[in-house]
Design a protein around this ligand. Sequence first.
Ligand SMILES: NC(=O)CC[C@H](N)C(=O)O
Length: 215
Amino acid sequence: MTTLRTESLDAGAAASAGPRVGVLALQGDFREHAHVLTKLGASVSLVRRPAELDAIEGLVIPGGESTVMDKLSRAYGLAEPLKAAITAGLPVYGTCAGLIMLADSVLDAIAGQQSLGGLDVVVRRNAFGSQNQSFETDLDVPALGDAPVHAVFIRGPVVESVGPSATALATISDGRVVAVEQGNLLGTSFHPEINGEYRFHKYFLAKVRAAATTA
Ligand SMILES: NC(=O)CC[C@H](N)C(=O)O
């Protein structure tokens, strides 16, 4: 088993010279994302404070609980700087709760819940049922090549509608959208970070590299 050394990540002391990618570490499975990104050569740091956004070229918002991430991001003064960074073009990849945070509109939100926005989509929280209705399935994702993507759904959201600025990347067998992109933003209803499916992270790192070279 590989042990992730979050202490060194906290200190921003990643050894690699790859793209500098932050993982929002307020709540949720940020360690799993940090592990995947580190394996792919990114220079990973955990983000909990606004100033930590200055040092990164891309950000991952993990799975977890969007209601909690929303509350903590506002309590820590991160929500507004995050919105500004997204508007300024920071590449951001959100999985599950992270996709909810990136959606312009959220259905079945709790009272007062806010998202950061950026993705021109409407998502519905918990669209596939409760934790014990979690499931795995293979998805065609043409943007990632011919081999199917094995996708793990855990209380995930569905993308109920995709606005004109966003593009669907994958649908499940009943035709509902579960992966989207829009410029530098990427979102999936499922969790590639937990099952060794690295292609979404690679796809995201390509966005980060491209944005860094044009900045
Ligand atoms: N696995 C997940 O990230 C679940 C998301 C959760 N249902 C939410 O609303 O935030």
